[in-house]
Design a protein around this ligand. Structure first.
Ligand SMILES: NC(=O)c1ccc[n+]([C@@H]2O[C@H](COP(=O)([O-])OP(=O)(O)OC[C@H]3O[C@@H](n4cnc5c(N)ncnc54)[C@H](OP(=O)(O)O)[C@@H]3O)[C@@H](O)[C@H]2O)c1
Length: 382
C-alpha cells in the first residue's frame, strides 16, 4: 500500500495557505487532514478558494480545538504554518505540546514538555521531536528564522511566541543546506529565497566583494489577502514603487542565512519594490567582482554551484517572472562588465518563495525525494 502522511495547514484562508492546499491536493504522499482557520472555522474551504473547489468539494476549515484533536490523534503529522509572524510560534508551540502530551500518554510516560504558553521555558532547553517522533513542522512565517529570541525581537519588536522551540528549527533555502539538523524547519521567505539563490554562490565562491546591492520587485500576493492602503489593487495596478528602501525587516534574515550558507558575512543594501502583477518576484543582485570573471564564466559557475538542484535553472538570457509563475522553479542569469556583476533571479513568491519551498523541506524531513509533488512546470501565462 502506498504511504500517506496526514498534513495540517495553519493560516487557513490566507494566500500562502491556499497555495499549500493547491500543492497538497496533487501531492502523492501528504493528504490534507485539516486546514485551521482562525476566522472561518466550519466554513467551506472552497468558499475562500473557489479555484480549489474541485480538490476540496466538501471540506471545511477546522477550529483550533479540532486541530488539537488531530495532533493528539496522529502519530505522524506534517504541520505547515502559513499563519502571520507573531501568531505562528505560539500556535505551533501549543500544537506540539498537545502532540507531545498525547505521545507521552500513549507510551505511558510523562511528557518532557508541558509548555503550551508563549514564555514557557528558557531557550536552549527546548523540547524536540523525541516526544513526537512523527510530527514535523515547516513554518513559513518569520517566527523561527532567527536562532535567538533577542535577535527576533530586535527586528519584530514584540516578544517571541515560543523561545523554547527555537533550537528545534533551522532556517535555510533548501538548495543551500542538504539536510536539516533539527526536526523542524523555518522557510526563509520569498524575498530572501530570491536574493539568497542569487547571492550565496557569489559569496561562497568568493567571486564578489561582500557588499551586495539588491533591487527586488514582488507581486501583490506577497502582501497577503487583506488589502491595505499600500497594497490594494487600484494603487498597485499599473504602478511601480519602492517601500522600506534600505530598511526592510527581511534584510537581517538575508544576512543571517547568507552567512550560514556561504561562510561570508556580507552587507546587503536591499530595496524592495511593489510590482503591478499578482504572482512572482524579480530580484537583481549586484556586487563588485573580487576577481576577473566574464558573463559566460559567471553563468557557468552558477550552473556548477546548482548542478544538483532540481528547482534552479540557470539561463543565458534574462529570466522572466512568467516562466516560473505558479511553479516551484527559480531561474537565474548573470552578466559581468569586468568590474561588476548582476545576477537576476525570478521565482513565484507563493510557491518557491513560500508553499512550494515548504513542501520541498517537508518532503526531505520525511525522507521523500525533495521534488515529490512539485515538478509541475510553470503556467506560462498568468
Ligand atoms: N504572501 C507571500 O508571498 C509570502 C511569502 C513568504 C512568506 N509569507 C509568510 O506566510 C505567512 C502567510 O502569508 P499570507 O500572504 O498568506 O498572509 P495572509 O493572506 O494575510 O494570510 C494569513 C492568514 O493567517 C490567519 N491568521 C490571521 N491572524 C491570525 C492569528 N492571530 N492566529 C492564527 N492565524 C491567523 C488568517 O486566516 P484564518 O483567519 O483563516 O486563520 C489569515 O488569512 C506570513 O507569515 C507571511 O509573512 C508570505
Amino acid at each position: 500500500m502506498s504511504r500517506t502522511i496526514p498534513a495540517l495547514v495553519l493560516g487557513g484562508s490566507g494566500y500562502v495557505a491556499g497555495e499549500l492546499l493547491r500543492l497538497l491536493a496533487a501531492h502523492p504522499v501528504f493528504r490534507v487532514a485539516g486546514a485551521l482557520s482562525d476566522s472561518r472555522p466550519g466554513e467551506p474551504v472552497a468558499g475562500s478558494f473557489p479555484h480549489l473547489a474541485g480538490a476540496y468539494p466538501a471540506e471545511c476549515f477546522c477550529s483550533l480545538e479540532q486541530a488539537q484533536q488531530l495532533v493528539e490523534r496522529e502519530r505522524e503529522l506534517a504541520i505547515f504554518s502559513a499563519a502571520p509572524h507573531g501568531a505562528s510560534a505560539a500556535l505551533i508551540d501549543a500544537l506540539l505540546a498537545r502532540s507531545e502530551g498525547a505521545s507521552g500518554s500513549r507510551s505511558g510516560s510523562t511528557s518532557s514538555s508541558t509548555s503550551g504558553s508563549k514564555s514557557s521555558s528558557s531557550p536552549g532547553a527546548g523540547p524536540d521531536s523525541a516526544a513526537a517522533p512523527g510530527v514535523r513542522v515547516v513554518d513559513i512565517s518569520a517566527d523561527f528564522r532567527f536562532a535567538s529570541a533577542a535577535a527576533y525581537e530586535s527586528v519584530y519588536h514584540h516578544a517571541h511566541g515560543a523561545p523554547a522551540r527555537l533550537p528545534s528549527f533551522t532556517c535555510a533555502v533548501p538548495e543551500h543546506l542538504a539536510k536539516s539538523p533539527t526536526p523542524h524547519v523555518a522557510h526563509p521567505g520569498c524575498f530572501a529565497t530570491a536574493t539568497l539563490l542569487a547571492a550565496v554562490p557569489l559569496l561562497a565562491l568568493r567571486l564578489v566583494e561582500p557588499e551586495l546591492f539588491v533591487a527586488a520587485i514582488t507581486g501583490s500576493t506577497g502582501s497577503g489577502r487583506k488589502p491595505t492602503d499600500g497594497t490594494h489593487h487600484p494603487l498597485r495596478h499599473a504602478d511601480l514603487y519602492t517601500y522600506n528602501a534600505l530598511a526592510h525587516r527581511h534584510t537581517p534574515e538575508i544576512v543571517t542565512c547568507a552567512l550560514a550558507a556561504s561562510g561570508v558575512e556580507a552587507r546587503f543594501a536591499f530595496v524592495p519594490h511593489s510590482g503591478p502583477f499578482a504572482r512572482g518576484i524579480h530580484a537583481t543582485v549586484q556586487a563588485r567582482l573580487a576577481r576577473p570573471c566574464d558573463s559566460a564564466q559567471l553563468r557557468s559557475a552558477l550552473r556548477e554551484y546548482y548542478a544538483g538542484a532540481a528547482f534552479v535553472q540557470v539561463r543565458d538570457s534574462a529570466p522572466r517572472v512568467k516562466e516560473v509563475a505558479a511553479s516551484n522553479y527559480a531561474q537565474l542569469s548573470a552578466v559581468s562588465d569586468g568590474r561588476s556583476v548582476a545576477v537576476m533571479c525570478v521565482l513565484d513568491n507563493l510557491t518557491k518563495g513560500a508553499a512550494g519551498g515548504a513542501v520541498q523541506w517537508m518532503n526531505r524531513l520525511y525522507g521523500l525525494a525533495e521534488t515529490t509533488g512539485l515538478t509541475a512546470p510553470a503556467a506560462g501565462w498568468t
